[in-house]
Design a protein around this ligand. Structure first.
Ligand code: FMN
Length: 206
């Protein structure tokens, strides 16, 4: 069959053995690139196998809002893909993962996911996560919200996704931006079932 157009072999880039600690992180062009950075920092230290997808627009916000370059961010991830790489393992449901966190998630990416449109690797991977009934968490960032945003959030929720706008809580008396970010990230990691003590828990000392 060598030479058959039906058997073009792209070759494995990672083992397709389900690792309990394998997770997809996508960063899109909404404000709040730092959420993606901090999630990757945590997962890297905790020895997770991370599959990072960067949308083209995320590179603009990453540059404007943080002191991390694309290459710095890629070094925190086990594998990095561009938003147009549809041959990436994460584009297929046969590649098993714990789930996917989109941090931050733009209204454009939310709209595509909500409507089953897979025009980029970010939205294809999210579509796969939903169809495979895995955990999808979207740190949607926009304000104020109009009816289309809200309808899209409802659609994603009805399909099993979790819409998690990074809205800070103040009951823990945060004293820095890091405290605020860690509080959100801690709750996001909790949702995927990842043990962490990034933030104080109400009623408990850490
Ligand atoms: C500095 C900057 C901040 C932005 N912030 C947001 C935002 O908070 N929420 C949002 O939905 N879009 C925001 N956008 C617009 C998105 O980048 C734009 O809609 C883009 O098409 C999103 O594409 P992506 O989801 O493929 O990354 C911002 C753009 C720039 C340049």
């Amino acid at each position: 069959m060598v030479g058959s157009p039906f058997f073009c072999y792209y070759g494995p880039r990672t083992k397709n053995v389900m690792s309990k600690k394998r997770i997809i992180v996508a960063v899109t062009g909404a404000s709040g690139a730092v959420y993606g950075v901090k999630i990757l920092e945590f997962l890297s230290k905790a020895s997770f196998e991370t599959h990072l997808i960067l949308s083209d627009n995320s590179k603009i916000t990453l540059n404007l809002e943080t002191c991390y370059s694309v290459s710095d961010l890629s070094q925190l991830a086990s594998f990095t893909y561009s938003g147009s790489d549809m041959t990436a393992p994460v584009a297929s449901g046969s590649f098993q993962t714990m789930g996917m966190i989109v941090a931050p998630c733009s209204m454009k990416t939310l709209a595509e996911i909500a409507n089953g449109i897979s025009s980029s690797l970010v939205t294809r991977a999210a579509d796969v996560i939903l169809k495979e009934r895995r955990k999808l968490i979207l740190l949607t960032r926009e304000t104020p919200l109009h009816a289309i945003h809200l309808k899209n959030m409802l659609s994603v929720t009805q399909s099993g996704g979790i819409v998690f706008p990074p809205v800070p809580g103040f009951y823990n008396k945060p004293s820095s931006i890091d405290d605020i970010i860690n509080h959100t990230i801690s709750r996001v990691l909790d949702l995927v079932g990842i043990e962490n003590s990034l933030a104080p828990r109400w009623g408990m000392s850490i």
